[in-house]
Design a protein around this ligand. Sequence first.
Ligand SMILES: *[C@@H]1O[C@H](CO)[C@@H](O)[C@H](O)[C@H]1NC(C)=O
Ligand SMILES: *[C@@H]1O[C@H](CO)[C@@H](O)[C@H](O)[C@H]1NC(C)=O
Ligand SMILES: *[C@@H]1O[C@H](CO)[C@@H](O)[C@H](O)[C@H]1NC(C)=O
Length: 173
Amino acid sequence: MAGSTWKYQVFFLFCLILHSQLPFPSSLSSSFSSMPPCSALLHFSKSFSLVKDASLSRASYPKTASWREDKHCCTWDGVECDQNTSHMVGLDLSSSWLMGHIHSNNALFFLPNLRRLNLADNWFNHSLIPSEIGNFKSLTHLNLSDSGISGQIPFEISQLSSLVSLDLSKNGY
Ligand SMILES: *[C@@H]1O[C@H](CO)[C@@H](O)[C@H](O)[C@H]1NC(C)=O
Ligand SMILES: *[C@@H]1O[C@H](CO)[C@@H](O)[C@H](O)[C@H]1NC(C)=O
Ligand SMILES: *[C@@H]1O[C@H](CO)[C@@H](O)[C@H](O)[C@H]1NC(C)=O
């Protein structure tokens, strides 16, 4: 009957929309672990919109806008690599107009050699700090000040044994 066909079509459309809104299929998130660091970083940057109002500092500018795939990511603005190992050890995207949610399966969490992470003065839309922050075993400096994160601070932060500086100020807890 025409009526039930119509209902099925609406149901299918609904499933399609629901499916397309899931953050990432888990198979994709596990594939990040084998992703080259530059690709993971690019993936991370593309998960945000660049919106000037997301940063309050007068000196803010969108650092990721100048990132080019044909250049090695160690040359990108805000990226610091160890000269000997060429491991990515620092990421400073403070005041970089980043707006959007940080999800727990974000490619960022597959950059395990990070020692310094600064995402201060952006707007992460009341995201929770994912417990995957515990993946950064070498993290010494973490700055998420004034970045629109909220909710409980994950227990895993207490297990970052190399941490010497933690700034979670100016967020809505
Ligand atoms: C790189 O290696 C040289 C020689 O072993 C060492 O003196 C230097 O401190 C190292 N640099 C870094 C950033 O680890
Ligand atoms: C964290 O970043 C903010 C904004 O850039 C800066 O004012 C603050 O001094 C930083 N915190 C630490 C501990 O360096
Ligand atoms: C994030 O927050 C801003 C400001 O409240 C809002 O305009 C934007 O739509 C939000 N983005 C998402 C992905 O929820």
